[in-house]
Write a protein of this length. Structure first.
Length: 70
């Protein structure tokens, strides 16, 4: 039985062997900087809009302007 399995495996091998191929990938090395920029922009845009939305719900446009200046 072992001889039969060995012969089957041998028959499935390609007739020529390829040299080992080394796969090289270039990765982006500054991922932490990009992450910090995205999170900073997200936080920097969210807070003013939330503040303006909250102040505008009070109904006084002067208060929204003062909140935006502050």
């Amino acid at each position: 039985m072992a001889t039969l399995i060995h012969n089957i495996r041998r028959s499935r091998r390609p007739s020529h062997e390829y040299p080992p191929y080394r796969h090289l990938e270039k990765h982006f090395e500054s991922a932490e900087i990009v992450r910090d920029i995205i999170l900073g922009l997200s936080d920097g845009l969210t807070v003013p809009f939330a503040l303006a939305a909250g102040l505008s719900s009070l109904g006084d446009s002067q208060l929204v302007i003062y909140g935006g200046v502050a």
